[in-house]
Design a protein around this ligand. Structure first.
Ligand code: FAD
Ligand code: FES
Length: 405
């Protein structure tokens, strides 16, 4: 077993690996480093990111990912809380504290081999990391910054689901599909914590952001704050934008978008950007999954969008409500598909070859949709996805072997 002391990894060496190209870029001058050190109470270290050769200053109470994203150095990441393993890198040199990395996302033998999760690891010396940086040259990634949000509207839109409209103190630049971190105040003397929620509005609305949030019983951010004390007029710290689940604009493949629950938020941002802002040239189809109509929201919005844009098809899917029940309530049964979204997709498409997939929602739904798409001849590299991991998933080992990190 690994004891608490083993959470600090030391790795020595620092040589670039064979076969990698070392790029050079300006190194921070000692005076810049010293100035930054002097501004903070905590100690700071230099993190060198290979193969980019970029150097950033990172406080000892700050994750390496946070320091890099704020400095405009893009590193792969998804959940930003030690669960998904997307941010796994190698330590070429130096010491880190692994923080709250889940033992499923970063196993003990990986820690021993000198791997780290940049979203959790904090430097304990100057550190050099080796990252697999797979940047899409067509997408501009914006540095993470701090903002102050003011809640201007909070409306119940479906069962256990609210829409928040948040005005930020200045315009924020982001890509359709990205998310923000909210600082959730600590109740009764507890420490504040961060929670991540995806932006549901398009990037052309940089000042007023929309969020869709589902209540999680016992959850600190939802049950303990959003669904409890958070009221219109409240202000709170936020930071962003985060994430790599973004609309790949300018393509003309047919996109098949699958949203489970509030997984609709980033997909709504993408659809509005693609259609209303004319940023996507191909057909777009949305499969929105819910148990029954009370769990679905924005149905009229997407129906109107489908009327306005012939390249857009909307398929709301009900997994536990039948056509007879829909008809008996006076609604049009033909307006819905019936069954799990995955079954509806499989029935709609003999093959998905040539399409692009965008999947978002609970981890199990994303995995099921991934399997369906692969069975329909779509390669994993053509399927973009975001799983809504929460704190409970850290202890559950929910990472799918299908999903390469
Ligand atoms: C990239 C990303 C984007 C997201 N976007 C959205 C979005 O747009 N909308 C949305 O609704 N959600 C979204 N989520 C999920 C969101 O971040 C939160 O995880 C979710 O809202 C629950 O937060 P919470 O603080 O209420 O629950 P948490 O405090 O995280 O708790 C979740 C559950 O786990 C249990 N739990 C807590 N700690 C432990 C532990 N140590 N061991 C075992 N069980 C534990 C709790 O009792 C609770 O049942 C997103 C997640 C990610 C990763
Ligand atoms: S981004 Fe680090 S584990 Fe998910």
């Amino acid at each position: 077993m690994t004891g608490p002391l083993a959470f600090v990894s030391t790795h020595l060496g620092g040589m670039p690996r064979a076969g990698r190209t070392r790029h050079t870029s300006p190194v921070l001058s000692p005076s810049t480093v010293e100035t930054t050190k002097a501004k903070t109470m905590s100690e700071s270290f230099i993190v060198t990111v290979e193969p980019l050769g970029r150097q950033v200053v990172c406080r000892d109470d700050q994750s390496i990912l946070d320091a890099c994203l704020r400095a405009g150095v893009w590193l792969p990441h998804s959940c930003t809380h030690g669960t998904c393993a997307t941010c796994k890198c190698e330590i070429a040199d130096g010491e880190v504290d692994h923080g709250e990395a889940s033992s499923f996302a970063l196993m003990d033998f990986e820690r021993d081999e000198g791997k780290l999760l940049t979203c959790c690891a904090k430097p304990r010396s100057d550190v050099t990391i080796e990252a697999d940086i797979d940047v899409d040259e067509d997408i501009e990634m914006f540095p993470v910054q701090d903002y102050v949000g003011t809640l201007v509207a909070k409306d119940e839109i479906a069962r256990d689901t609210v829409r928040l409209i948040v005005e930020v103190d200045r315009d924020i630049a982001f890509n359709a599909g990205q998310y923000m971190k909210f600082t959730v105040p600590g109740a009764a003397g507890a420490e504040a914590c961060d929670r991540t929620w995806s932006i549901g509005s398009p990037p052309t609305q940089g000042r007023t952001l929309e969020f869709h949030i589902r209540n999680v019983p016992g959850g600190r951010g939802t049950d303990g704050w959003v669904f409890k004390d958070l009221a219109v007029g409240d202000t709170f710290p936020m930071s962003g934008p985060y994430g790599r689940f973004v609309l790949h604009t300018g393509e003309d493949n047919h996109t098949i978008m699958v949203a489970g629950g509030t997984g609709l938020a980033p997909i709504k941002s993408m659809l509005r950007h693609g259609l209303e802002n004319e940023m996507y040239e191909g057909d777009m189809t949305l499969y929105q999954g819910g148990r029954s109509r009370e769990w679905l929201y924005d149905v009229d919005f997407f129906r109107a969008l489908a009327e306005e844009y012939p390249q857009f098809t909307y398929r709301p899917c009900l997994s536990e409500e039948t056509a007879e029940q829909v008809e008996a309530s006076g609604d049009d049964p033909a307006a819905y598909a019936y069954g799990m979204v995955t079954d509806v997709i499989a029935a709609d498409h003999p093959s998905l070859s040539g399409c692009k997939g965008y999947l978002c929602g609970p981890p199990l739904m994303v995995e099921a949709a991934l399997k369906t798409m692969m069975a329909k001849r779509l390669f994993p590299r053509d399927i973009y996805r975001e799983e809504f991991f929460n704190e409970g998933d850290k202890s559950g080992g929910v990472n799918s072997p299908l999903i390469k990190r």
